[in-house]
Each structure stands twice: as C-alpha cells, then as structure tokens.
Design a binder for this molecule. Structure first.
Ligand code: GLC
Length: 564
C-alpha cells in the first residue's frame, strides 16, 4: 500500500480533519466574494503561556484544546499558535529543530490532531507559525551542514570564509546583538545568523531548501492547518557578495554600531519565495499571514504581491507605531492602510511588542482605554489579530532584576533591553495563585493585576474589558457594514475624537472614539450621507447619541447604526 493511501485510510479511521479543514477555506463566504479569513477574527496564542494541562508550569496543546469553548464564546474564528515544534527553546520555539513534529513540552502529534479535530468542530481554524528564515542549530540539516564542507546539507546554510584570522566575512550584525557570523572550528568557516547564533539562516538560494520548506507546509496543510503566519520574512535573503552595510550614528542596546540593513534585509528575492509559498498555499486554499515590518504602505503593498499573489494578510505594524491616543496619527495610518493593495490586517500587540494596555494606558483610565482600543481595531475594515489576554486587559510585566530574565535578548541587552518576558506572562483565567494557568509554578510570574483582570471575574462584570470585547466581536460577526463596509473618515480636524463610518449599501455604522480624558459632544453632518440620527449598537458607559449629536464619556466608545 502506498504511504499516501495508508495515510488517507488511517486519517479516515481516526477521524483526522485532513481534507475537511482545508476544503472549507476556499469558498467565498458572501456575495461580495470575501474569503473566510476576511471575516474572521484571529487570536494569537503563545502556547507556553496560555494553559498548562500537565502541571509543569508551561502551557501545552491540550491546554489550548481545553479553552476552545472560551475562544468560541469570545468570538474567535482562527487561532495562530506561535511555534510549538521541537526546539531547544533558545528563542522559545523560534529555533525549530524539527518542522514536522510537536515539542514534547507541548504534547504530541496526537494531541495536535485532537486539537485540530476539536477546533474544527467549533469552526475554529488553526494557523501555525512557520519559521522560514532559520532553523535551530540542532536541526538535523544544520548538524549535517556543519559536519564537513562537502556534506549533503552544506549549502543549505550560509557558510563563508572570514576576511582574515578572527575576522568575520563582513560587518553585518545580528538583530539580537554582536556579529551575525559565527566561526565554526570544525570546518574553519563562519555561518550567518540574523538572530541568535543558535538560529542559523537557511540558504533560500538553494532550490533544495526551498523545496524542503514548501513540503513542510504541505505536510501541515494535509494535517488540517488552514494557513501559516510566516516569521521574519524580510530576512530570507542576503546579498551574495556580502557587501558591508552602511553604518549609522550611534550604538544599539547591545553596544553594536547601528547600521542600515541594506544588504541583508528586504531583498527583492523575498517576493519570489513568497510567491512560491503562496502557490503551495493555494493548492490547499490556505491563508498566509506575514510578520511584515515595513517603513510605509508602499513597502507593505509589495507583500501582497502583484495581483495579490503573495501574502493575503501581511500585518500592518505601522499601526503599532502610533503609541499615543492621537486621532490625527491614527487617522493618517488608517487612511494609509485603507488605500493598500490588499485586505488590511490589524494588530495592537503581540509576543514581541509591549501590550496595548501599557502603551496607551494613562495609569488611571486603563480599562476604558483598553475598550477604546478594542472599539478601534475591531471595527476597522480588515482582519484583526487579538493577542491573548488583550481581551481582559492584561498588563505587561517586565522583569525588574536581570537574574529573572528568561528572554535571551533581555539577558544580553540588560538594562537597556529588558527582553520580551513582560508581554508573555501566563494567561489570567481566574484570581487564584497562578491565575488558573497552572497548578505548578508558571515559567514566568503572574502579574499581581491578575487578581482583578482575569476571565472568571470579568465574565461576571458587564462593564469589564472582556464583556466589551465580546459585545464588539458579536456585532462584527453579524453586522454587514462592519464586515464588508467601506471606511470613511469623519470630522477630520477633531483633535479628541476619532470617528468614521463603515458603509455597506444602505447600511451605515458610525464609530466614535473619544481619545481624550474629558467628556466630548460631537456633532456629525449625517444628512450629507442621507441619514438623520444614530442608534446605539454598542457603547461604553453613558456614551450615547441624540439625533446627530454623540456624547462620549472620557475615553468613551460609541458604535451606532445610522437611520433615516
Ligand atoms: C520573529 C518572532 C520573534 C523571534 C524572531 C526570530 O520576529 O516574532 O519572537 O524572536 O522572529 O525567530
């Protein structure tokens, strides 16, 4: 019996979702021709920190499975799980030593299949994180690559002679500090690593690498995943001539001279690789999300590809560069992404970025501000990705002592760079000692605010951040204007209130967001749009409309349907 055939039989026998999960992804979900991922709400899970089922203080796949009902109830349609593959965990999973398995710390492949099956029952898609740029130095490809200059996998990584004794091939620095080259005495050459030395860069110019990586995606698509979040895509290619990068003024947190990453980032060849990955994704009707750090929308547009043949959902990190509650700055960013070549993708924080609660909070109205931000990124035209815990107002808790730091960039860059532990703390399920995350001591400490900000407490409180997320998510799943409507900015000169319409045929929703700490009364020229008044759909506190005048609490949100 062929391997493929026996796999199909076995899958059928065990009830694996191998075909069903991806056949449903292709069809447009409405008359407007939208794909499921355009209407879906995504949720990023950092598996170490979501839910521990086996009492070792680290989250796992069975833990995630046990919370699927929670996610469904919240209004989540797809979960992106950050790397859960076998890994020495130098960069907490972003150093993969086997792309086609699950790290024992997170469970087994059977646990993954169970998670996929349970998720599918609830119509929740699974997106995995694909670390495309580099592997772990413990991956069998690299172990073979470093073993000799003539090994089968030698050219799967980037090996070069030094410039001279003790001198790396060029001046490129690792984004995690120090030279991007590590000398390996076995073969007397240097290998290139944009991240840690334990994360050697793959040589994407080698067709065998490309094919092997494409096959990895096929392997998971067949197992039921609906797509990938592609890690660090802009670092896939380097100048083959290894031209030195220009030096800028100043030093970074690691003491390295700053440089313009002209020759080792965002090379045009990246797009060829993405087109290839997309072709494979299309065989399975899968979605590709990108970790796409860009300087402007023109750069972001490149990631959609000509004719949208690269990433369907390149994340717009420009949105996260607005770090104060400035209607003018948000207006500008929204206008920019709204004019992009493809469907917008919004995030307000993730496992690398300080939580929105701390970036926007003023220390006094943080909960109102958390609702305000939800009122924003969940009502814009595009797909939002919620970082776990944002829905309960989780706080960033960076370590205060170097000896407590887990993230190596924090250990290396201390005290200027404290690392990313602060935004990776355990999910706060209840007010118990370990926040209901684990029965053992969690791998990172639980912030004291977990006593108040936790799912159990907030589920009982109709005014909680959690209750507000649920309301808005419910609305966005049913309201055609929020799902499919165009975006139109209103009152462009207002310095306190950010407001806009979402327009779908004759259905129009008004969103008004008070970004100030004072009550605001705003008048809207609705007659211009053929309407007389706004009727509240979801609002915070006493925020309400009277005809065309909307009164907003400090940091208040008003979302209303326009009527004639
Ligand atoms: C991405 C990940 C980050 C990781 C890095 C190296 O930026 O989001 O967490 O450290 O890639 O893989």
């Amino acid at each position: 019996m062929s391997r493929k055939f026996s796999w199909i039989l076995l899958s059928a026998f065990l009830g694996f979702p191998m075909f069903a999960a991806y056949t449903q992804t292709a069809k447009p979900v409405d008359a407007e021709g939208r794909q499921w991922w355009q209407h879906a709400v995504f949720y990023e899970i950092y598996p170490r920190s979501f839910k521990d089922s086996n009492k070792d203080g680290v989250g796992d796949l069975n833990g995630i499975a046990s919370k699927l009902d929670y996610l469904k109830d919240l209004g989540v349609d797809a979960i992106w799980i950050t790397p859960c593959f076998p890994s020495p965990q130098v960069d907490f999973g972003y150093d993969v030593s086997d792309y086609e398995n699950v790290d024992p710390m997170y469970g087994t492949l059977a646990d993954f299949d169970n998670l996929a099956r349970e998720a599918r029952k609830r119509n929740i898609h699974i997106i995995l994180d694909f670390v495309v740029n580099h592997t772990s130095d413990q991956h069998k490809w690299f172990l073979d690559s470093k073993s000799s200059r003539t090994s089968e996998h030698r050219d799967w990584y980037i090996w070069r002679d030094g410039k001279g004794p003790g001198q790396p091939p060029n001046n490129w620095t690792s984004t995690f500090g120090g030279s991007a080259w590590k000398f390996d005495p076995t073969t007397n050459q240097y290998y290139y690593h944009y991240f840690y030395p334990e994360q050697p860069d793959l040589n994407w110019r080698n067709p065998a690498v490309k094919d092997a990586m494409f096959d990895v995606t096929r392997w998971w698509y067949k197992r039921g995943v609906s797509g990938f979040r592609l890690d660090a895509v802009d670092t896939l290619f380097e100048d083959p001539n290894l031209t030195d990068n220009p030096i800028r003024l100043g030093v970074n947190a690691y003491g390295d001279a700053k440089q313009v990453e002209k020759y080792n980032k965002k090379l045009p060849e990246v797009h060829e690789a993405l087109r290839g990955l997309r072709k494979v994704a299309d065989e399975y009707n899968a979605v590709l999300i990108g970790e796409t750090w860009t300087e402007n929308i023109d750069e972001l547009n490149l990631y959609y590809g000509h004719g949208n043949n690269e990433l369907q959902l390149p994340m717009d990190f420009l949105f996260t560069t607005v770090n104060d509650l400035s209607p003018a700055k948000f207006r500008k960013e929204i206008a920019a992404i709204d004019s992009a070549a493809g469907w917008p993708t919004f995030v307000i924080s993730n496992h690398d970025i300080v939580r929105s609660y701390d970036r926007y909070g003023d220390g006094e109205h943080n909960d109102q501000i958390a609702k305000l931000m939800a009122g924003l990124y969940l009502t814009l035209r595009g797909t939002p990705i919620i970082y776990y815990g944002e829905e309960i107002g989780m706080k960033t808790m960076p370590p205060t002592r170097k000896e407590d730091v887990k993230d190596p960039i924090g250990r290396k860059g201390w005290p200027r760079e404290k690392g990313r532990d602060g935004q990776r703390t355990p999910m706060q399920w209840d007010g118990s000692e370990n926040a209901g995350f684990s029965e053992a001591t969690p791998w990172l400490p639980v912030p004291p605010t977990a006593k108040i900000h936790n799912v159990a407490a907030e589920a009982k409180d109709p005014d909680s951040v959690f209750a507000f997320y649920k309301q808005v998510l419910k609305l966005r799943h049913t309201n055609k204007a929020l799902m499919d409507g165009t975006y139109a900015a209103l009152n462009g000169n207002d310095q306190n209130v950010l407001s806009y319409l979402r327009v779908f045929k004759d259905q129009v929703v008004l969103v008004a967001l008070n970004m100030s700490g004072a009550q605001q009364k705003v008048s809207f020229d609705l007659s211009k749009h053929g309407f007389l008044s706004a009727k509240s759909l979801v609002a915070t506190g006493n925020s309400s409309a009277n005809g065309k005048v909307v009164t907003l609490d400090p940091y208040g949100v008003f979302i209303g349907q326009l009527s004639k």
